[in-house]
Design a protein around this ligand. Structure first.
Ligand code: FPP
Length: 232
């Protein structure tokens, strides 16, 4: 069976640009093009959920020039793609700490979410200013607020309630997590949600990630036997 939810850590833009003898901006621009192609292709395969790690809480530690460049690129890409995404029935949502983003970006994000809210096609989540640990703490805080208001009883707290309080909310957990760029780590992405996710690491740098690379990742997934800790 093909995966129903794919999550991707898009890594290697900087190294790709360096290999081309260009600056990091060039790499991120090409990375945005790769993301565009992957969204289209995954949508065409009938996969229901895609979650992309675009900017982590740790990425704030990059030089200010690169952070600003990435933020401008997100705004630009959203402006450029939103009509097409909507026409293709994609429902977009952003996960992460919006309070840390510029107002102009938050406005665009909200507008895009509202525009596509009733779409029934691919559910695309873009992680911006996102960290898995932040997500867990944020969920805990939200549950505590509900307990304080007597909307939730502490004895009601279980995995289901906790999951629904996380940023991905009602989405099923990812079946397959792909990381490009050769590193074999999770880098604080979706920590709770990937408890039983199949992990696929590809050495290809993100700007060069192609349909063929994605097909290979899906083939890898299809060969896995998912036991969820059970001996079946
Ligand atoms: C990793 O490359 C990529 C990022 C920091 C995220 C930026 C992602 C994009 C620009 C893709 C566009 C996505 C959307 C949704 C518009 P890196 O800089 O860490 O590469 P390096 O490890 O080679 O330095």
């Amino acid at each position: 069976m093909k995966p129903n939810h794919i999550a991707i850590i898009m890594d290697g833009n900087g190294r790709w640009a360096e290999n081309c003898g260009k600056g990091r901006k060039f790499g991120h621009q090409k990375g945005a093009k790769s993301a565009r192609e992957v969204v289209r292709y995954i949508g065409s395969l009938g996969i229901e959920y895609l979650t992309l790690y675009a900017f982590s809480t740790e990425n704030w530690g990059r030089p200010i020039k690169e952070v600003n460049l990435l933020m401008s690129l997100f705004i630009e890409t959203l402006d450029l793609e939103i009509t097409d995404l909507n026409d293709n029935n994609v429902k977009i949502k952003f996960i992460g700490d919006r309070s840390s983003l510029k107002d102009s970006l938050v406005k665009k994000i909200e507008k895009a979410e509202i525009l596509t809210t009733t779409n029934q096609g691919l559910k695309l989540s873009v992680a911006l200013a996102y960290g898995g640990r932040w997500d867990i703490i944020n969920a805990a805080k939200n549950i505590l607020k509900k307990i304080k208001k007597s909307e939730v009883n502490p004895s009601d707290l279980d995995e289901k309630l906790f999951s629904s309080s996380l940023q991905l909310g009602g989405n099923p957990d990812p079946d397959l997590l792909i990381r490009t760029g050769g590193e074999r780590r999770i880098s604080n992405f979706l920590l709770w949600n990937i408890a039983y996710t199949e992990l696929y690491f590809d050495d290809v740098l993100w700007p060069e990630f192609s349909k063929n690379n994605l097909d290979q990742a899906i083939e890898f997934y299809k060969e896995r036997k998912r036991r969820y800790g059970k001996n079946v």
